[in-house]
Design a protein around this ligand. Structure first.
Ligand code: SF4
Ligand code: SF4
Length: 183
């Protein structure tokens, strides 16, 4: 009988202890978040490489200088530039980073003369079912938003060149008939 009472009292003490802990935490601020609806800012985290959005123009800052491409030790960046049909300047038409190869070393960010690149830190849960999705198109958000730099008309490199030189050179004059020889 004594043994039975001892086990009942020990069970009640254990229950009371558990309920006390539950009640204490029920009124505290939760330490978890409802992910992915809620996201916590990450410290000391390097997200994938992305373009900086210039505050005023909401455009990117890349001038297609190729410095980052040459510096990247993983050879995971590529860009395509074309000639502007307006003023003949270089226009960025494509910029891709292969996230599968990127080591997040930040060298591209360091060498960029216009501070056009950054780590997209909030993007800490980038996942994909295909490798293709991990080749990131950095210009896409700007194209989707229709920013001014993405709307510059460019010269089509495949278009036939205007034969300027040929048009400027007059065709040779027809030879005049030879004068009859004097007798
Ligand atoms: S962070 Fe490093 S590896 Fe990744 S794209 Fe930039 S230079 Fe290349
Ligand atoms: S270094 Fe900067 S400006 Fe030059 S191509 Fe790379 S991102 Fe663009």
């Amino acid at each position: 009988m004594i043994q039975y009472l001892k086990s009942v009292s020990s069970g009640l003490i254990s229950l009371a202890t558990g309920m006390a802990i539950t009640l204490r935490y029920a009124f505290k601020k939760p330490v978890t978040v409802i992910y992915p609806k809620e996201r916590i800012p990450m410290k000391r985290f390097k997200g994938p490489i992305a373009f900086v959005k210039e505050e005023k123009s909401q455009d990117h800052l890349c001038i297609a200088c190729n410095a980052c491409i040459k510096t990247c030790p993983s050879r995971c960046m590529s860009l395509v530039a074309a000639k502007s049909a307006v003023d003949g300047k270089r226009v960025l038409t494509d910029f891709k980073v292969n996230y599968m190869l990127c080591s997040l070393c930040s060298l591209c960010i360091d060498v960029c003369p216009t501070d056009a690149l950054k780590h997209d830190d909030p993007n800490y849960d980038m996942v994909s079912l295909t490798q293709r999705d991990l080749v990131m198109d950095l210009l896409k958000p700007f194209r989707d938003a229709g920013t001014p730099l993405t709307k510059i008309p460019v010269v089509d490199p495949a278009a036939p060149k205007t034969p300027v030189a040929a048009a400027a050179t007059p065709p040779p004059a027809p030879k005049s008939p030879e004068a009859p020889a004097a007798s």
